[in-house]
Design a protein around this ligand. Structure first.
Ligand code: FES
Length: 124
C-alpha cells in the first residue's frame, strides 16, 4: 500500500510539473506563478489559486469584465483572436488597452506555458 501511494505521489508530481505555468503580475508588483490544467481558462486558474484582482463575477459568461487582464506584449500575438462578444465586453472594462483580454476567454494549453498577464490596478 505504501509503495502504491508513493507511486501515485510521483505520478501526481510529474503531472503538476507538466502543467502549463501562467504568470500573473498584480498591481502591487507581486508575481504569482501558478500551474493551470490544460483546458481550463486563465480566469479559472486564477480563481482556483486565489489570485487577487480576478473576481470573475459572471463565472466566465463574458458579462462582467472583472477578469480583465493586460497580456504581455510578447504573448499577445500568440493568442487566438478575440471574438466580437469579447471585444464588446472589453469596451466596458476599466482602461482597456490594445493588449486587453478577458481571461475567461483564454484557454490554457501547453503552447501557453509561461504566459504573462498583468492585472489592472483598478481590480485590486
Ligand atoms: S468572468 Fe465575467 S467576463 Fe470573464
Amino acid at each position: 500500500m505504501i509503495k502504491f501511494l508513493g507511486a501515485c505521489s510521483q505520478v501526481l508530481s510529474v503531472y503538476i510539473y507538466l502543467m502549463p505555468k501562467i504568470i500573473f503580475n498584480t498591481h502591487d508588483n507581486k508575481t504569482h506563478t501558478v500551474d493551470i490544467q490544460n483546458g481550463l481558462t486563465v480566469m479559472e486558474g486564477a480563481v482556483q489559486n486565489d489570485i487577487p484582482g480576478i473576481d470573475a463575477d459572471c463565472g466566465g459568461g463574458m458579462a462582467c469584465a472583472t477578469c480583465h487582464v493586460y497580456v504581455d506584449e510578447d504573448w499577445f500575438q500568440k493568442l487566438p483572436q478575440k471574438d466580437d462578444g469579447e471585444e464588446d465586453m472589453l469596451d466596458m472594462a476599466f482602461e482597456p488597452k490594445k493588449n486587453s483580454r478577458l481571461s475567461c476567454q483564454i484557454i490554457v494549453s501547453d503552447e501557453l506555458d509561461g504566459l504573462v498577464v498583468n492585472i489592472p490596478s483598478k481590480q485590486s
